[in-house]
Design a protein around this ligand. Structure first.
Ligand SMILES: [Zn+2]
Length: 456
């Protein structure tokens, strides 16, 4: 009765009853429609205009950010206006000479009159050539008071350091300017910096106080003696830098003189700046032949020999042919080391050898390394015995990761296991060796100073 079908008995009393119920229910639904208008909250503090002005006058905000705070007062009779602000009796300033700058120009920029500037330049030039004053040199200038506001301030004094060991000062005495030179005592004891390698050799050395250029030279020097992979965080870096300590506290670092790495107090690498081109040399380099011990070739990889030299059935080609080297079993990615010191002669794809490196050791001796997954040297590079030249792989004609290693004598492949070659030694100059040892001793006697300029 309350819910009749509105499609039937249209116009009957029951139909109208049903229709009014429907309309009523729709109206009820619309009445409960939620309001989505934002809620309004009452302001935290309500201010009228007068309170707002007072409020702003007491708030703090800088004038530069457009503050309108504060009260402004009109001046009263107590205020006496001055015609001009009084001058400071003297002005002290610091000026720097720039690139392509001149001393008189720099002085005039600082406010020195042209007469004084020319006079100062002439006085300085009588002691030090003006062109010797390096750009960036700082000048301490004091200017005095003037009688007339349109005149430049007179120069009272100027002091600077044209050279590391010389200070010049010019001051007004009586009527004129007088120049005084003062030599600065210089101590040239080199600076020695030592510390643990830690996670970053560069950062540790910088943190220990080594100048950046010295650290870069150090890394370059060490790189030629010791692969970086072999330096442990617990090793100690040791470097000596030429250094000038001035008596007035200034310091100036120069070239790196010595680069060393220590493990448990024992030197692992010791290099000196040696030779006219400033290159670094170790005692072993100087005495000739890098390795002065047995003269045997080092093993090219950590692994055992799985296939010897000679005729054998090739595992892939399936027929008997000459195996011109020996095979070492080693897992993929193991480092491959140079058998001995030499120059990289060939790098790249080499037929069945895949990625291949050949080293020339001089005297007609060469070694070859095949099937590498990755090559770590470039043609022409000098490598040391034990230096990583690449990584084990399975490129070329290979059934699995291994190292194919060859030794050539006069261009002919020979059995690497038969090689017991004594390394050729260069002529040794005993005077050079003695000089090297003396210099090393002298530098290693320098007491390590932790922070630049801190030790005197
Ligand atoms: Zn092989």
């Amino acid at each position: 009765m309350l819910a009749p079908d509105l499609a039937e008995n249209v116009g009957s009393a029951g139909w109208f009853c049903g229709l009014s119920l429907l309309v009523g229910l729709i109206a009820l639904a619309i009445m409960f429609w939620p309001r989505f208008a934002p809620l309004e909250a009452a302001p935290l503090v309500s201010l009228d205009e007068a309170s707002l002005v007072e409020f702003r006058a007491q708030s703090l905000r800088s004038l530069s950010t457009g503050s309108t705070q504060g009260r402004h007062f009109a001046e009263t009779d107590a205020v006496i206006r001055l015609a001009a602000a009084p001058e400071r009796p003297e002005i002290r300033l610091s000026a720097t000479i720039g690139e392509n700058d001149s001393l008189p120009r720099m002085l005039q920029r600082a406010g020195v009159g042209s007469g004084d500037a020319e006079q100062v330049a002439a006085m300085v030039a009588s002691t030090v050539p003006l062109s010797d004053i390096a750009p960036g040199t700082r000048f301490a200038i004091t200017l005095g008071s003037r009688s007339n506001a349109s005149d430049p301030r007179p120069l009272l004094s100027i002091g600077f350091r044209p050279r590391f060991d010389l200070a010049l000062s010019i001051s007004r005495q009586g009527g004129g300017l007088a120049l005084a030179r003062k030599a600065i005592a210089i101590d040239v004891t080199p600076l020695r910096v030592q510390g643990l390698v830690g996670s970053s050799l560069y950062r540790s050395a910088r943190a220990a106080g080594a100048p950046p250029s010295a650290v870069q030279d150090y890394l370059r020097a060490i790189d030629q003696a010791l692969p970086f992979e072999e330096i442990a965080p617990t090793d100690t870096f040791d470097l000596v830098v030429s250094y000038k300590h001035a008596a007035d506290g200034a310091g100036e670092a120069g070239d790196l003189l010595y680069a060393g790495v220590l493990r448990s107090g024992q030197p692992r690498a010791q290099l000196l700046r040696w030779g006219p081109d400033g290159s670094f040399t170790s005692l072993a380099d100087l005495a000739g032949g890098g390795q002065a011990d047995t003269g045997l070739f080092g093993a090219p990889v950590a692994g055992h020999v799985t296939s010897g030299f000679g005729m054998r059935r090739h595992p892939i080609l399936g027929y008997v042919r000459m195996h011109s080297g020996i095979d070492f079993a080693a897992s993929w990615g193991s480092p491959i080391y140079a058998a001995t010191d030499g120059r990289v002669q060939y790098v790249g794809w080499h037929g069945g050898h895949g990625n291949y490196v050949r080293l020339d050791h001089g005297g007609g001796i060469a070694t070859g390394y095949g099937h590498m997954s990755r090559i770590a040297v470039a043609p022409g590079m000098m490598v040391r015995r034990g230096q990583i030249i690449g990584y084990v792989g399975s490129t070329g004609l290979s059934t699995g990761a291994h190292l194919h290693y060859e030794v050539y004598r006069g261009g002919q492949a020979v059995d690497p296991l038969s090689v017991r070659m004594v390394q050729r030694r260069q002529a040794v100059d005993p005077k050079q060796v003695a000089a090297f040892k003396a210099r090393l001793q002298a530098l290693l006697s320098v007491r390590p100073g932790a922070v630049l300029g801190a030790q005197r």
